[in-house]
Design a protein around this ligand. Structure first.
Ligand code: AR6
Length: 175
């Protein structure tokens, strides 16, 4: 079986991508933070914070959508990954749920393209290889069930993350 052509792995800054939706690895308050969350809020400007403030937060494993504001993306889907606590606290299911719920929102909003960062693998310390396997597995299953989104981009901030993501794709798709 070849690699799913609907899955792409790119290296770079997610705030620069001209896609229909970018996903933010947020925290449950949705009022911004460091890492990719900080970068997205900096790029979008204060209007994003105002809209996020009206959403009443977001539970771990869930996702909520806002407008894109200044970044070229039309929508920002904010999801809250689990903090890694050793793996016995349902982290894998919660991380899979972040991808699943974000994709459902993208499909509802008729997004053709969506870009994900490596949720939970920074400040939340989720082991990168396990997170990559969950990300690729959840996205692959979702794409098999429908036409939308047409393309899913894993936007990796560094080469190491991109390498792990490619390995996870190869393990699942034999590519
Ligand atoms: N584009 C793409 N990926 C990025 C970017 C960017 N501009 N910046 C960082 N990354 P993290 P988490 C990568 O820490 O672990 C915040 O404070 C980064 O290299 O952003 O889910 C929130 O408010 C890593 O691979 O998210 C939460 O409190 C990945 O994005 C908390 O951090 C995720 O790292 C969430 O922690």
């Amino acid at each position: 079986m070849g690699v799913d052509p609907r899955i792409q792995i790119q290296t770079g800054d997610i705030t620069r991508l001209a896609v229909d939706a970018i996903v933010n690895a947020a925290n449950s308050s949705l009022v911004g933070g460091g890492g990719v969350d900080g970068a997205i809020h900096r790029a979008a400007g204060p209007e994003l914070l105002v809209e996020c403030g009206m959403l009443n937060g977001c539970n771990v494993g869930e996702a909520k959508v806002t407008k894109g504001y200044k970044p070229p993306a039309r929508h920002i889907i904010h999801t809250v990954g689990p903090v890694w606590q050793g793996g016995g606290k349902g982290e894998a299911e919660l991380l899979a749920s972040c991808y699943q719920r974000s994709l459902e929102i993208a499909r509802t909003n008729e997004c053709l393209t969506i870009a994900f960062p490596a949720i939970s693998t920074g400040i939340y310390r989720y082991p990168e290889d396990e997170a990559a396997t969950i990300a690729v597995g959840t996205v692959s299953r979702f794409l098999r069930e429908g036409m939308l989104p047409r393309t899913v981009i894993f936007c990796c901030f560094d080469e190491q993350t991109a390498r792990l993501q490619r390995q996870a794709v190869a393990a699942i798709w034999g590519g």
